[in-house]
Design a protein around this ligand. Sequence first.
Ligand code: NAP
Length: 329
Amino acid sequence: MKFFVTGVNGQLGHDVMNELHKRGHEGVGSDLSEAYAGVQDGSAVTGMPYMSLDITDETAVRKVISEVKPEVVIHCAAWTAVDLAEEEDKRAVVKHVNVDGTRNIAQACKEQDCKMLYLSTDYVFNGQGTTPWDPDCKDYHPLNVYGQSKLDGELAVSSVLEKYFIVRIAWVFGLNGKNFIKTMINVGKTHEEVRVVNDQIGTPTYTYDLARLLIDMCETEKYGYYHATNSELPEEPDSEDNLKTDGLDTDAQKPKTGYISWYDFCVEIYRQYGLTTKITPVTTAEYGLSKAARPFNSRLDKRKLVENGFTPLPVWTDAVSRYLKEAKL
Ligand SMILES: NC(=O)c1ccc[n+]([C@@H]2O[C@H](COP(=O)([O-])OP(=O)(O)OC[C@H]3O[C@@H](n4cnc5c(N)ncnc54)[C@H](OP(=O)(O)O)[C@@H]3O)[C@@H](O)[C@H]2O)c1
């Protein structure tokens, strides 16, 4: 199959291109730069066909997609700087990229009669409660500018197209870009203590694992909304861990089962990496630094993947382990 991928200089686009190559699909990548500008790691994406494309340029989007004639477009490009998006002078450009840009891609897909896969986020929900969000839940209430723009991008896709996948992901990490793991390891190496929030709950997503699932999906006609992150560690019946009620436990020997907090994520990163930096759990209010409001409940219900015959992503602890080996931080 022939794929066109936006945002290949970013975390996910990079891994999607490499997965396409691995499976023998034809992949054409794009991003803002003149030539591929992601990490020069010698992987397939660095030598695959590439076209410079600003997704906000409607004419250019139409032209490029009509020339490439893909069967599927995987739309990874986005404005992803969540806090910066809150600044008054950035709001218009965030909307332009994430909403108008996405609509341009959707319209070009309609003209070419090709499938589109759009990446979205847990931030379309308000984060209230403790129940995992169902992918078909329409109770949207984004708390920040970025979340609103990603939701409006979803609505642009669903209003223009019939053959689309909308896949919500969360807490993304990949080899090609900045992410929580890299940041926490760098900070942990230079500080004796770090403070990490313990009341935002979810699961992380390794782009390498996600890329495999996205292409599995695109090879089907099972359109619709999905949630996809790495899997939770299953509960161990009768284990001592089940007696622990929250993430405040500082026993770094065993990672937490079920959904986790950023604090739990950091504990496991340091445990695997071998860092002994003290990690202090704090509430979002105590942490207090971020401009954008973030949801407390980012639990994404991923059962629909299995119900539709897709293989879910491996557990997050395994993803962290493979990532640390690959990233050589
Ligand atoms: N990262 C997360 O934690 C997270 C969580 C949930 C959902 N998502 C979604 O998952 C997708 C992939 O995320 P990611 O982490 O791989 O993103 P990323 O690393 O930030 O990559 C996005 C890429 O899109 C490019 N881009 C920005 N504006 C563009 C434009 N006008 N035209 C063409 N390309 C443009 C960026 O270029 P510049 O860097 O030069 O701007 C960047 O290379 C996005 O849709 C994102 O919203 C991410």
